[in-house]
Design a binder for this molecule. Sequence first.
Ligand code: PMP
Ligand code: GLU
Length: 395
Amino acid sequence: MSIISDNLKKIKPSPTIAVTQKARELRAAGKDVIGLGAGEPDFDTPDNIKDAAINAIKEGDTKYTAVDGTPTLKKAIVDKFKRENNLNYSVDQITVGTGGKQVLYNAFMATLNKGDEVIIPAPYWVSYPDMVLLAGGKPKIVKCVEEDGFKLTPKKLKKAISKKTKWLILNSPSNPTGVGYTKDEIQDLAQVLIKNKKVHILSDDIYEHIKYDNFNFFTIAQISKLKERTLTMNGVSKSYAMTGWRIGYAAGPKEIIKAIRKIQSQSTSNPSSISQAAATEALNGKQDFIKERSDAFKERRDFVVSSLNNIKGISCLTPNGAFYVFPSCKKLLGKKTKIKTDSDFAEKLLDKVNVAVVQGSAFGLDGYFRISYATSMEKLKVAMERIKSFCESLN
Ligand code: PMP
Ligand code: GLU
């Protein structure tokens, strides 16, 4: 009998992390690999944030803190929600964890009973279904097609809701498509949810600040009738280039926040005290670099989208946020090219021309692949040349 639990056997390791690790290893072995797999900004954490962490160490801010975040950081988060989203929360409606990832995981652990369903629009971020499975729930995947901009429609949402539905996950701008929902689109989905009265909403807003073309970010908790049923997750990883510091947070109903605290008190305890001091400075300090960095990402997005659309067999939507594109490689799959699936495509791309991307099927939609363009223009230029020559060799 295996020592490994049945529950763990239901899940797989994170494919985005696996591709990133593979690219790292190939590079260490001397291969000239360009990694477009990792979903993290290539920019450095700003100096004021680093200084806050250094000061925290020097001042002895190195002990256990309150399990789900220091009062100072929670206050900074309350202020952030008020300032940026016009949302009022009290400090006891806030939880801080070791990355948004831990917050999401805890939320599912705290709320799912065996068989409870979680609606996950696909393409989705790779970790949602596996987290739900680990917590004993049932992912209900709803395919959202390119013709709808990869977005969930009210009709599909209505059809997906059952008596067992506990959560709907919304992620805007999205990983892996980069597409954001407009206020109108969110209001249309909200109509279905207001009528239903039961389903809770988990809004993953981690890409809130990475947006282009005057896209107006709107989050579903801003709809007052749904605020009581919404847990809004966010974090400093992407907006402040702080992926390694591991701070994420959420705001929502006190009952859920309290339950998350209970799990954290019996598992990891508080996130790093030093990282919390840094995150407090991130949220309270200057914000001007966010726009500057978004502008740099926009230049890369424009370059990547137009380069991909110039490749025969590839087509790519122009997304309005995050740092991903999700191009189709469907026309390159089949007998003629001897490439059967998007996974084969990604594997061969790495093998033949040393470019690491993640296959669309990892995000629940076959026939696509994800590129993270959070890397330098120089590298992107070489990568686009390589992808072009690979695809042309197939035509
Ligand atoms: N949600 C989405 C959609 C993500 O892409 C990520 C990045 N891994 C996370 C949540 C979690 O990020 P972190 O744990 O670094 O806060
Ligand atoms: N969110 C990033 C990605 O999708 C980081 C890796 C992960 O946590 O999955 O690549």
